[in-house]
Each structure stands twice: as structure tokens, then as C-alpha cells.
Design a protein around this ligand. Sequence first.
Ligand code: HSE
Length: 438
Amino acid sequence: MSKRIGVGLLGLGTVGTGVASILTNSQDRHPLVSELELKRVAVRDLSRRRALSLPETLFTSDVQDVVDDPSVEIVVEVMGGIEPARSMILRSIALGKSVVTANKALIARYGDEIASAASAAGVYVLIEAAVGGGIPIIEPLKQSLGANRIERVSGIINGTTNYILTRMEKEGVAYKDVLNEAQKLGFAEADPSADVEGMDAADKISILSGLAFGGLVDREKIPTEGISSLQSRDIGYARKLGYCIKLLAVAERFDSKEERIDILDLGIRVQPTLVPFDHPLAGVNGVNNAILIEGEPIGEVMFYGPGAGAGPTASAVVADILNIAGINKIGGSKTGLDPLLSAKSWRKCTLINKAETLQRNYIRLTAKDSPGVIGSIGTCFGKSGVSIQSIVQFDTTDEHAEIVVITHKVKDGEMQNALASINASSGIAGIEAHLGCL
Ligand code: HSE
């Protein structure tokens, strides 16, 4: 019998239970899974009944018991939140233990601190489960796509919002009604704000961008809009124009004047965005996620699959545990860390000013249905340097018309100037929606 590799779990919620269930049922999986042994499990409430039956002796309510246990070689953090997760990860690293975490909020904010500590201690912190649930995307970005100069990473990386948007589009149901039902069915959290306000997607694109471009940006500066104020009528109008609406997270290289490889400017955003029906991301529905990578020389490659849930996320966590177990089996990192697997930042990435970011836009406004109004809208856009691709008048009442404008690619600063001058012009009742457009 080979030496067993001790695993300690911090958290036994949905993902933790999924991980424990794989570790305690290794039949027909990779033979290395059978060498992993769950040694300790930290839970918040020792008296709670659990879906998975595990020996009582494994449990503790003190996370530090797990980290400090000498039989635990690999620490798996699946409790979420910033503290005590951050301290426990740093403590594990200081004790020379490699860590697997699914904690995107933590890695998006403290990824550099954690990676530097891990590198100094000669251990790994692996994060495959932090983005895209079961979709392998972290290791492909770190390893399989390493030869590429990445141009853009764009994705649907929040399952809750994609589920809501899919139902709004397919069934014409209002945002609030779908959210209520999704909460009842357990697809949406009781407090869904991190998902519906785009924060979860912003954490994830920050991590993907850090790996794709070589350095983490300041997470708090990523322009982020969610779907909570999205109106069904915009989904309907988009559909008539040949688009669906998705909550897209995008990170793209921005050509800077300075040709330096140690510094890179990026445009990153999370925003409800019109996606043409024939675009690969348009067919990603329900709780599924997808990430489209554009690079040179690969061209386009898309990763698609279940973005959340116990099984898919546990699949990613256990893959990371296996990576570390494999390295530990051949003597660990005594001769240094694998530079691809350890994925330390190798340059400084900065966010460009939002006013400089370039994109197409969808605008819905209400205006008087009278002669000259469309002309004056055109003038406002034209004077601000915004080129209109199409302008369509939809529903009209006795008083008002709804007008939808799609622009060519323009700088956000110019777009904001145009919107300010439209707001100030007589005959326009209001700008009702402003979304991105691919
Ligand atoms: N709440 C996330 C989502 C899953 O809805 O995609 C965990 O990352």
C-alpha cells in the first residue's frame, strides 16, 4: 500500500461535501484519488446533521485544528469569505502545506500576497474551482495556453445571472419573478447581491485576467454593473435586432504608447451586453458558464460547462488536490516550484481609465414622437464623436416613442458626453437603458 496523502477540509458546505464524497468514494477514478485520505474537517456547527456520513472523529469547529494537524499535508479551503480564510491559507503556507481554494473573492483581492507567500515557502496554492465551477480554465490559462499572446478573455462566468437572463429571454418573465423562483428552487442565494450586482463575475474576471495577462489588477477598480435593473423590454428589443443579453465579463489588452513588456494596460468590465445570436457565447444558457479566449497564434478557443454546483466544483477542487499529491509523491518542491503551476504575477497590469475603453453600446430612450427628434438625437451623438450604427423606433404611445440606438465602437468618455447632451435636449424624455453590445 502506498503512503496515504492527508487532506484537511475547511468547510463542509455544498462544495466541501462534494469534495468529501469524491475522496471517500475513489472507485473507478484516477488511482491517485485512492491515496488521498480525509484527515480532518472543520465545520461551523458540530451538531448539524449532514448529507454525507463521515466519522465523528474527523470533525472540529476550529479551523486552526485542521491547518495545524500534522497528518494534514494538503489544506482545502472551501468555507468562503475573506477571514478567517486568508489567515488560515497564510498559516498553512507558513507550515509548508500546499493549499487548494475555491475562494474567488479572496484570490481576486489577496492573490498576490498569497502567491508571494507560497512562492517564498515553496508550496502551491491552486485555484481551479474559483472560476467556472467544473470548467477547466485556470490550468489551461497557466499551462496549455502559455505559448499565446492573449488578446481578450470574455465570458459568462456567473451561473445565477445566466439562469435568470435565460428564463427572462425564453419565457418573457420579469427579473424579480425569476429571482424569487430561483431562490425558492435553491438556484440563487438568499442574499443574491454578489451574483446579481456583478461582483462575483468581477472577482472571477480579475483572476482570469491576472493569469491571461501576467498580473492582477486592482479588483476594486473594475467597472461593474449587474442585471438587477435590466428590463424585459430591452431583452425583447435586443431579440428583434438579432441579439440576446448576457452578463459578460471582459478583459482585453489595450495598446499602450509605451512598448514595454513589464507593464500592460487592460480594459476590464462586467456589464449586461447584447450578444449577436451567431456569437459562440449566445448559446450558453441556464447555469452554464463559458469563457472565450482570443490569442495569437491560437485564434479563438471556448471553454464551456457547468459553472457551479457541488459536483462540478468538487471536480475542480479534487483535480488541484491531485496535482499537488502527484508532486508530493515524487518528493515535493524540494528542488523548487514549477513556474507554470505556481503562476506568480510576472508583470504589472493596470486598468485604463474607463473613459478610454472602447465598445459598442445599446441605448434605449423615450422621446416625443414629433418631427426632428431623431434628427436631434443624431446631432447629439455626432457632436460627441459617437457614430450610430442603427436607430430604430419601437413602441409608440400618443405622447412618447421608444427609440433604440446601437452605436459603433466608441470611447466611453465620448459616449457619456453624448448621453449628457441627449439628457439636456428638449424633446427627449429620458435615457432608459444603456448596455454594452458585442
Ligand atoms: N454564485 C456563483 C454563480 C457560483 O452563480 O455562478 C459560485 O462561483
